[in-house]
Design a protein. Structure first.
Ligand code: PMP
Length: 444
């Protein structure tokens, strides 16, 4: 669609009235430079901007658009729901169905509350954990992002990593004092902290598989996955494990990353374990603003009005959002995960081949169907490694891809997102752009 207003015009107007011209920092293209395309429509795997350009999308609105954009069944469900009313601020059937669907699909979730973003979900989960334990300290890992919750911005991933910020101004010293940041995957550091301060710790929060410093596969040691280790270490000290599956949920596998490293998953042996609380977002809203947190019934029972932990939302459980989420989950059957897995593997191979041919050092890391490309040779085990990649090579690669009609996340610290609409024909379009982009990355 060619409008009369260009992205350049829109960006300059936006900068007058919106800080940096955007409503979420990475969108400003601050680390890669240039003007972000202003998007006007999207269908399937394709995006259209105000300047009349078409792109193959590898962002997928950062995760929700797992069935592709404007998926017919999702759009129809939202249209139908809209005709029945936009918001009631009262219980409605869709929120029951969506909670049932999540409880049914994700074993550790016995009860669930819907909120409006991943940020709200992690913020609320922390509150429940602190109330349940009567303790204040939260442990997080460097490079993990859990939304813009005060307590969780220290050494965070996503935009905080993209712009190399240590955290955020405006967070009180008291809040920062209650957050301990450890290197991801470092069992000795976790054990040392618990040995010293175990009785003060309310919870460990971790991304089920980090994906906001690029994708880091949770490390296994002696047959015990990192998440299980965290759960056992926390429980031994009377603390909780909050597993953040806002990004990995319903994407890494049908049961999120827990479907990959949880008990009963292929190749996983040994003890039964589960996170106490889990957080979700993105996919369960199908593109509308939704988050959720859930877990053990005794913990979720602490929420008001039955319990003492206050948490609420004017638009929580909104009928359009639950309709979009339900229609999206309905589309996520075994066949859909086959397609996602296949598209993800094919794309990884195409990128690896192109970068190898051009002689560009790179590492591709995955967590189920989720993956990212690091511009460095060595594996990335944590945030220090992720920061050591060649972000300038990424920037050259990114612009050449954009020029060729492929829309990547505008940051070297983000996962790439495929959808069930990434058909072999769509992947061919990406393949045709990759050699030039890899050559651009190589021209250091
Ligand atoms: N947790 C994780 C793991 C995320 O990836 C994100 C968003 N990228 C969030 C929390 C925050 O979600 P939201 O942007 O919806 O607040």
């Amino acid at each position: 669609m060619t409008g009369t207003i260009s992205s350049t015009d829109l960006f300059s107007r936006a900068q007058q009235v919106i800080p940096s011209g955007v409503n979420s920092p990475v969108r400003a293209f601050g680390s890669v430079g240039g003007t972000p395309p202003f998007l006007t429509s999207a269908k399937g795997a394709l995006l259209h901007d105000a300047d009349g350009n078409e792109y193959v999308d590898l962002v997928g609105s950062w995760g929700p658009m797992i069935l592709g954009h404007a998926h017919d069944a999702v759009v129809e469900a939202v249209r139908e729901a809209a005709g029945r009313g936009l918001s009631f601020g009262a219980p409605q059937p869709g929120e029951v169905s969506l909670a049932e669907e999540v409880v049914h699909r994700i074993r550790p979730v016995e009860q669930l509350r819907l909120v409006n973003s991943g940020t709200e979900a992690t913020m609320s989960a922390l509150r429940v954990a602190r109330a349940a334990t009567g303790r204040d300290v939260i442990v997080k890992f460097a490079g993990c992002y859990h939304g813009h919750v005060d307590a969780l911005l220290a050494e965070a991933g996503s935009g905080v990593a993209t712009f190399a910020m240590p955290g955020s101004a405006g967070v009180t010293a008291a809040t920062a004092r209650d957050t301990v940041v450890l290197p991801y995957g470092d069992r000795a550091a976790v054990q040392a902290l618990f040995a010293e301060r175990g009785s003060e710790i309310a919870a460990i929060i971790t991304e089920a598989a980090p994906a906001n410093m690029g994708v880091v596969t949770p490390p296994e040691q002696d047959g015990i996955g990192f998440n299980r280790f965290l759960s056992e270490t926390a429980h031994a000290a009377g603390a909780l494990l909050i597993s953040d599956e806002v990004l990995t949920g319903f994407r890494a596998s049908a049961e999120g990353y827990y479907g990959i490293d949880g008990p009963g998953a292929a190749g996983v042996t040994g003890a039964d374990w589960a996170p106490d609380l889990m957080t979700f977002g993105k996919v369960i809203g199908g593109g509308l603003p939704v988050g959720a947190f859930g877990g053990r019934e005794d913990l979720m029972g602490l929420l008001a009005p039955a319990g003492p932990v206050y948490q609420a939302g004017t638009l929580s459980g909104n009928p359009l959002a639950t309709a979009a989420g339900l229609a999206t989950l309905a589309g996520l059957d075994a066949a859909a995960y086959e397609i996602l897995g296949s598209a993800s593997r094919t794309l990884q191979q195409l990128v690896a081949d192109a970068l190898t041919t051009a002689g560009v050092p790179h590492t591709i890391q995955r967590a189920g169907t989720l993956f990212s490309v690091f511009f460095r040779e060595e594996p990335v085990l944590g945030y220090q490694d992720a920061k050591a990649q060649d972000t300038e090579a990424f920037t050259r690669f990114f612009h050449a891809m954009l020029e060729g009609g492929v829309y990547l996340p505008p940051s070297a610290f983000e996962a790439w997102f495929v959808s069930t609409a990434h058909t072999p024909e769509v992947l061919d379009r990406i393949a045709s752009v990759l050699p030039a982009a890899a050559a651009a990355a190589a021209r250091g």
